[in-house]
Design a protein around this ligand. Structure first.
Ligand SMILES: [Zn+2]
Length: 402
């Protein structure tokens, strides 16, 4: 019996019956799962494997096919209960899209128990271009993004995916991409719910199709084309953010959008923000750094050429400590201390912190590579996708890498 036929039987046995009692006689058997998915991506085509982080903590999985047939999966120790039948893993073969806990996934799915006492390890294997469409829809707001914005994002995302998989394949560590900030946001396929959204689906499909196979190349290497929400005025140099960065094109460039130089007649593309760290959080940080129970002062001690904070010195009653800015950002939360483009603090850098410490800055994210706010605004100013990506990855070229 082939995989699809077995699955069809499994689905027929449980048609519309997610809440039904376990049918122990149903022929639901593990299907064609290899423990290590094959890596098939060598150029910008083929299949990719994506670990679905958003399902890692789920208590149950309900997987439905297009006919709404349903399989309910629960944990049973280190194994799974699939509609009540114990299995080591469950595979949903090529032929989706599959609805999983209200998200839709193309390609195939492999469900296993996560390594802990609860949760699932779900791997979605799908065509690279379907994955890139999902990433673009997850990363950008489709209704406000023009075609050229989507195309620029697609080129960057495809380039990142190819680079990351090649890198991991070469090091024989992890041939997967993750569906969260470890790689790129991916919450499955974009599914239109109304007529307006059907237009967005068409626009997204055009963006993907018209850039199919296109990536950024530096020399003969596909660029690890990172991107972020908003740079605040200048992008960051990748080498300042992660020491292993190795592409010249991931250097700092001025951003015409965040600097309001595009003549669009509106301000604040740089996304200004503020965050006030409370006394308790400051003191907890001081204790963690073993400089005493009270944080007394904080100041930047290394800046990049555009003024982004690279290193920070913190002082308490027992001494001082220097940390990389990214550590400080993680300590307070990346959603609070949104970027290293800090313009002002209160009290001022190095002055005594009496109660709270307020940061004011611009931008959001690590600041490396394509600025998504700029991709949107530059397209409004008439830039095409190629001009956008070659501005933010200077020296790289866009090529068809299939
Ligand atoms: Zn920017």
């Amino acid at each position: 019996m082939n995989a699809r036929a077995t699955l069809a039987l499994a689905l027929l046995a449980t048609l519309g019956a997610c809440a039904a009692p376990p049918n122990r006689g149903a022929p639901i058997t593990p299907i064609s799962a290899s423990s290590t998915p094959r890596r098939t991506l060598r150029r910008a085509s083929g299949e990719v494997h994506v670990r679905l982080a958003q399902l890692a903590g789920a208590k149950t999985l309900e997987v439905r096919d297009g006919a709404n047939a349903c399989v309910k999966i629960e944990r049973a120790g280190t194994a799974l209960l699939c509609n009540g039948v114990r299995q080591t893993h469950v595979s949903f073969a090529e032929g989706g899209p599959w609805n999983v806990n209200a998200r839709r996934y193309r390609g195939s799915l492999l469900v296993r128990a996560a390594s802990g006492a609860s949760g699932f390890e779900v791997t979605n294997t799908l065509d690279l271009e379907d994955y890139i469409a999902g990433v673009v829809a997850s990363e950008l707001v489709l209704w406000s993004a023009s075609l050229e914005t989507l195309r620029a994002q697609a080129i960057a995302a495809r380039s990142y995916a190819v680079s990351a998989l090649d890198d991991r394949g070469a090091r024989r560590t992890d041939p997967y991409l993750y569906s969260d900030t470890r790689d790129m946001a991916y919450v499955g396929a974009f599914v239109p719910k109304n007529e307006r959204e059907r237009e967005l689906e068409v626009k997204l499909a055009r963006a993907i199709e018209s850039t199919r196979g296109r990536v950024l190349l530096e020399g003969e290497r596909v660029v690890d084309a990172r991107f972020h929400a908003a740079c605040g005025g200048h992008t960051a140099d990748a080498r300042d953010v992660s020491p292993e960065a190795r592409f010249e094109c991931l250097r700092s460039v001025p951003c015409p959008a965040c600097r309001n130089e595009l003549g669009l007649g509106r301000e604040s593309a740089g996304e200004p923000w503020s965050f006030t760290a409370q006394r308790s959080a400051l003191d907890a940080l001081s204790a963690r750094l073993r400089i005493g129970a009270r944080l007394e002062r904080l100041r930047p001690v290394a800046l990049d050429a555009s003024g982004r904070w690279l290193e920070v010195e913190l002082a308490g009653p027992s001494g001082s400590a220097r940390v990389r800015f990214e550590e400080l950002r993680r300590a307070f939360g990346a959603d609070k201390l949104r970027s290293s483009a800090i313009e002002f603090t209160l009290p001022r850098a190095g002055e005594e912190i009496v109660s709270t410490l307020r940061f004011e800055g611009r931008g959001r994210g690590h600041g490396v590579g394509l600025c998504q706010a700029a991709a949107r605004d530059c397209a409004s100013a008439g830039w095409d996708a190629s001009r956008i990506v070659t501005h933010f990855y200077p020296g790289a070229r866009v090529v068809d890498w299939r």
